[in-house]
Design a protein around this ligand. Structure first.
Ligand SMILES: *Cc1c(COP(=O)(O)O)cnc(C)c1O
Length: 360
């Protein structure tokens, strides 16, 4: 089943009102006229795929997701290309990760074609919502909830899959300023055997107090250490992390099950290797990072993810230490990889790996 019913929004936003909204959309507050939905039930399988007017949903208060948090999500972008076309970036990779997340959360696995087609149809319906501003894109938010009305503790028998589209500008206003990190020695994000590699809302719920703690201490983002030994650097609340060494090589923590397998991470590893750089996926401790930053062995660090793409890290602090990466400003390798990835995403550079999928 891949045919979608299209029920156009009878009252789309007026052109001038839309233009005003997307002139400076920020992140995650401006939504388009439509959304995609697909339903699942144990007896009917996947059914009722449609593109409809975006509107509030009414849910029974006993809906399973509200109680036991069976919820997963994705984040990907549709870009306007240099030639005026529109393309999704690596949507198949998001579809595969979504299936993996579903399996970990004991939810029904959405077939990849339905995932990708939902995104394509929604972007086709709302392509006029892509802002023509620096960093402008349609941020797609596919998600799935346990929609069965039942308080028993078991995997739900009914699910609702939905895709929202949000007009976004650059994630960081005024360009990618180097951020400051707070290393959490109190909280961890994911334990071995837990849900760290699933993209589920619960991981975010449990990381917010650590993020708020970092902000209260005057930092931009929290960085988590591994839960078992509290030594190895894992990732930020919603971004993976890279370290650039003085010999030009890159290091990033390996995907051992507690780290979210970022698609930006995978893309940057590939682009760096295409350039001839060495990339090592290996454990890196906070003590080593401190020592390497001080000795000049680690010259740059950056965080990465779909929303903000590449974000340079300027300074890092913990309970009794503080250090600066390089000069504390955006490093050369960081800037170059950001440029290479965004050039590819916007059709300004060749796409040798076939990561862009045009939308007709
Ligand atoms: C989504 C996410 C990332 C980044 O993944 P991308 O596919 O690059 O957007 C990193 N860490 C966490 C915890 C995430 O949820």
């Amino acid at each position: 089943m891949t045919s979608f019913a299209f029920e156009p929004n009878a009252r789309p936003l007026a052109v001038n009102e839309r233009a005003a909204l997307i002139a400076d959309p920020g992140f995650g507050r401006v939504f388009t006229d439509h959304m995609a939905t697909v339903r699942y039930s144990a007896n009917r399988g996947w059914h009722d795929a449609k593109i409809i007017a975006r509107a509030p949903m009414s849910v029974d208060p006993a809906t399973a997701v509200l109680h036991y948090a069976q919820e997963i999500f994705e984040g990907l972008k549709a870009y306007k290309l240099a030639d005026g076309g529109v393309a999704l970036f690596r949507a198949e990779a998001n579809a595969a990760r979504f299936r993996n997340s579903a399996r970990r959360m004991a939810m029904a696995e959405l077939p990849d074609v339905l995932f990708v087609e939902s995104c394509r149809q929604l972007v086709r319906a709302d392509r006029d919502w892509i802002p023509d501003v620096e960093g402008g894109a349609l941020y797609l938010r596919p998600f799935m909830i346990a929609s069965e009305v039942f308080l028993g503790v078991k995997p739900a028998a009914e699910y609702l899959f939905c895709v929202l589209a949000s007009s976004v500008g650059a994630y960081w206003k005024g360009g990618a300023r180097a951020i400051s990190l707070w290393v959490s020695h109190d909280y961890t994000r994911a334990a071995p055997g837990g849900t760290g590699e699933a993209k589920c809302g619960g991981n975010y719920a449990s990381s917010l107090v650590a993020q708020a703690d970092a902000v209260a201490r005057g930092h931009d983002q929290v960085v988590f250490l591994d839960a078992a030994e509290r030594r190895y650097i894992e990732e930020l609340g919603g971004m993976n992390i890279f370290f650039v060494m003085d010999d030009g090589s890159l290091v990033t923590p390996p995907l051992t099950g507690t780290i979210l397998p970022g698609i930006t991470r995978a893309s940057l590893i590939q682009l760096a290797r295409d350039e001839g750089l060495t990339v090592r996926e290996e454990p890196y401790t906070i003590d080593q990072w401190r020592a390497d930053a001080a000795s000049g062995v680690c010259v740059e660090s950056f965080a990465c993810g779909t929303a903000a793409v590449v974000t340079p890290i300027g300074t890092v602090a913990g309970p009794d230490y503080q250090f600066t990466l390089g000069t504390g400003a955006t490093g050369q390798t960081t800037a170059r990889l950001l440029q290479r990835l965004t050039d590819l995403q916007r059709g300004r550079a060749p796409d040798p790996h076939g990561w862009l999928q045009r939308i007709g």
